[in-house]
Design a protein around this ligand. Sequence first.
Ligand SMILES: [Zn+2]
Length: 362
Amino acid sequence: MLVFLGFVLGAVIGSFLNVVVYRLPKGESVVHPPSRCPACGHRLGALDMVPILSWLASRGRCRYCGAPVSARYPLVEALTGGLFALAAWLHPVPDAGLVLVWAFTALLIALSFIDIDHYVLPDGLTYGGLALGLAAAALWAFPVAWGEAWRGALAAAGLLALIGGFANLVLRRGASGRPGFPVGLEHVFLAAAVAAWFGWGWGVGAAALAVTINLLLRRPLPWPDALTLGAAVLGVVVASYGMRPLGVVESLWAALLAAGAVALAGGLYWALVPEEDEDDEDDEPVAMGFGDVKLAGMLGAWLGFGPFLVALMVAVFAGAVLGLLFRRRKLPFGPYLALGGWIALWWGASWVQAYLAYLGLS
Ligand SMILES: [Zn+2]
């Protein structure tokens, strides 16, 4: 019964997600005006908006002008319905937890299809999902406890920002990226470097100081990526030889937490204060979009860091497999991360446990 209810509710939500995917990237309201046929402009009635069935009944054409309607609309509705039903089957209790899982599912579907269409992950959805994940942990300790949620959010975002940083360093043969003003990726790497040596609070403090200096000088002070990222690696390596009070695990954690804190705070700044010159976005090779860093933060808040690593591995694996199958089109990474995140929500923690037991660590 709950599974069936889940499917119906999911199909209805999926119908709404189609509107979100279509309108949100254009900056249009998702509730107003009412839906119209994009071909003839005829306003859609209740009969035209029954999830899945309307499309089947009209054989994929507009009832008013006969223009073809993409099969993606009923597919998104069926996918949302299917995943809502699966969630109800895996979590067969009609409680706040199930509603939260449904919300998580809906967010991931909207993010995935917007990323496929536009190669962006809207800040409203990533930061909204991050805030919802943190609130769920604080209020219901679900899906993870509060301590795991905030550390997961910071460390996951930090990990992706640092992976992107190292990848760009290789692609650019050691040259630094364009510094941001007042805050940019160089501050994320600076935070990681200081944190790897002295602890994560010092890392965040160093980045805040560098941003303050930028504001005082009214221009961006360069922090060479090769230097900061190198110092971060050196800090972890030195810690691994037991030459410092910070152990290797603490050193790594500190670097990830500090990098994630600065990345998410800096990302929030840029989300609220949009960049003026959007045209020079593609003047440097970017191995991983910054949207993926924010999505990682959201997933970390919902999963905790261990299960997030499972999500990341599933994403990389799925990306490799599907990348071979769909070689004609470059697919963004967001949908793979979303898929990994949804799988890790259910099985991530137990896979981490099994792996730790295999290593003899638990
Ligand atoms: Zn029409």
